[in-house]
Design a protein around this ligand. Sequence first.
Ligand SMILES: [Zn+2]
Length: 168
Amino acid sequence: MPRPHHRLNLYLVSKDTDRSPTEEEWELSLQQMVESGAVDERGWAGPRAESLLPGGFQRLRADRPPNRAVFGNRTGGNRVRCPYCVAPLAKTFSRAAEVWRRGGDGAMKCDSCGRSVGLNEVAADPPLAVGRFAVEIRDVNTTELTEEGCTLFQSALGGDFHVIPSRG
Ligand SMILES: [Zn+2]
């Protein structure tokens, strides 16, 4: 079977930039997915993979980068805008994200309207999110999780999360 050139992967990233489940917490979530038949012990799609994501997926895994990271497409630039006044914010964002990656707080203010904007509040196209942890879901057909998937990953990530598509 010929496969499409660029696979679509998803990163599920907590909206809270510093939230990261412990190994133990992630194991519990994974176990829950194994028991429901969504994945096997190593995260490969199981018979009920579509209960999380319509069309299923190949595999899911915890992505725990050694340092704070930016999740999203690596190729090309992202248009980043203020969520309040829609002014372009790319440079301010990259500076603040770099400070945050090195251990700072990453606080930033919009150059245009002066409001405080959280790193994971910006409107980015293509979407991106910063974090310490992501659930990586490989080879998907859609970016829309099922209701069951939303509930499960909210519990796995400890709250609301961004769904960041990534090609390649
Ligand atoms: Zn603004």
